[in-house]
Design a protein around this ligand. Structure first.
Ligand code: F3S
Length: 424
């Protein structure tokens, strides 16, 4: 790999051992990927140092944990302030409602220590999988180093920013150096579509967009699809559901919808002037197949938990849930949890949505989600969600049955305690 003088200086230790370890990690990582050089980045989103798999820091200092786990370094050196503008993604715990989650006090203390460590090092504590909803909105062409597949596909496609799905280690190294290997979706030639998806059914609701994403992810795998035939003009919420689903059933990190996403006004532009390697159809049969796959784990209609807010809900989605409740109460024995970024939650509380949810027996939560934090209410057997991603992962992670449906069906399930959804 070719390094600039500045990068070589970092690798030689001129900026201290932590930056040296970070640069060493990036060089090793980049060489494995076949990157010929690094690229500057000033927008990094990474994980907090405490994750749900760590019961504690094991007697190590936070610096040691960062050095060993995040930088793959030998041990104990001081970690300096981050060089690149950086933020912390979603974590293992709601920092306010941790008792609702059932987090033990000792774990809570360790997670809070981890969080204040990140804050002291200049990492902005957004604590969400949707930083683009709460102030980190990269511009077209901006080279980023983000973790979290649902966020990556959103900023690559909808905003035209440039990032791969980074890991905890490469994101941490990018924070300290302001560099990331120049490969994958940083290269303009890799951003063209190779698969053409012809959509022949109406796609309008969040559920429709989730189903479409789930089908497209399966068809496209790790390639870039371009979709035509969409009659709707999707908003942020719909594209959030679509991208999260496509990144779940496949490894899609970028897509085009000509005239809607950032980098292509036409099918030809999306394909970079080439012919697609494959053309597939998304019609009634593909829609039904996606729905069946998402509901494959569930048989029981008695519902224990309704989860809304994967990816983290927007203010409008929270308002919609309050409206759908319409003064009704959540059924005894059923929980309704709505997840949103903390910054949006502040506004939701100001608007009275938090009170409306709580008075109905629901709960507004932030900073985490059941799949990342690995928690559901004690005794939960059946969950319901309007998120294809959560319906895909939570049964596997928590051993529960999962129903996927519309937000209307989810709220009805919370109120009645029964799942009565169907594909209309
Ligand atoms: Fe976000 Fe958790 Fe879903 S990280 S995208 S709410 S699985």
């Amino acid at each position: 790999m070719r390094l600039t003088d500045d990068e070589q200086r970092m690798l030689d230790g001129a900026d201290g051992p932590a930056v040296q370890a970070a640069m060493d990690l990036l060089v090793r990582y980049g060489e494995v990927l076949g990157a010929e050089r690094l690229i500057d980045t000033d927008n990094v989103c990474g994980a907090n140092i405490f994750n749900a798999g760590q019961a504690q820091l094991g007697g190590r200092t936070p610096d040691e944990v960062f050095a060993q786990i995040s930088l793959d370094g030998p041990g104990s050196f001081e970690i300096p302030q981050v060089r690149a503008h950086s933020c912390q993604l979603i974590g293992p715990m709601d920092t306010v409602e941790w008792q609702v989650q059932g987090v033990p006090e000792a774990a809570r203390d360790a997670i809070m220590d981890s969080e204040s460590y990140s804050g002291r090092h200049g990492i902005n504590l957004l604590n969400t999988c949707t930083p683009y909803q709460v102030g980190n909105v990269p511009v077209r062409g901006e080279h980023c180093a983000w973790m979290e597949s649902s966020a990556v596909i959103y900023i690559n496609s909808v905003l035209g920013a440039m990032t791969n799905v980074e890991g905890r280690e490469s994101a941490a190294a990018a924070m300290l150096t302001g560099k990331i290997p120049y490969w994958g979706y940083h290269l303009p030639e890799n951003r063209h579509a190779t698969i053409h998806v012809e959509v022949t059914v109406d796609v309008r609701t969040n559920r429709d967009w989730g189903l479409l994403g789930y089908a497209v992810g399966k068809a496209a795998g790790e390639t870039v699809p371009v979709l035509t035939g969409i009659k709707d003009t999707p908003n942020l919420g719909k594209l959030k559901h679509f991208g999260a689903a496509a990144a779940t059933s496949g490894g899609v990190e970028m897509y085009h919808i000509p005239g809607i996403t950032a980098e292509a006004q036409t099918l030809e532009q999306a394909l970079g002037g080439k012919r697609p390697a494959r053309t597939v159809t998304y019609g009634p049969a593909e829609r039904e197949a996606a729905y069946a796959r998402l509901n494959t784990t569930a048989t029981d209609s008695a519902v224990d938990l309704v989860m809304i807010g994967c990816p983290h809900a927007s203010l409008d989605q929270i308002r919609d849930v309050c409206g759908l409740l319409g003064g009704r109460k959540v059924a005894p024995g059923t929980q309704l949890w709505v997840f949103t970024p903390r910054a949006i939650r502040l506004v939701a509380e100001r608007n009275g949505y938090g009170d409306r949810l709580r008075s109905a027996g629901g709960q507004l939560m932030s900073d985490t989600c059941p799949a990342i934090g690995r928690f559901v209410p004690d005794g939960t057997r059946v969950i319901v969600t309007d998120s294809a991603k959560q319906a895909h992962y939570l049964p596997a992670i928590m051993g529960v049955q999962g129903w996927f449906g519309s937000t209307v069906e989810c709220v009805d399930a919370a109120v009645t305690g029964r799942w009565q959804g169907e594909l209309s």
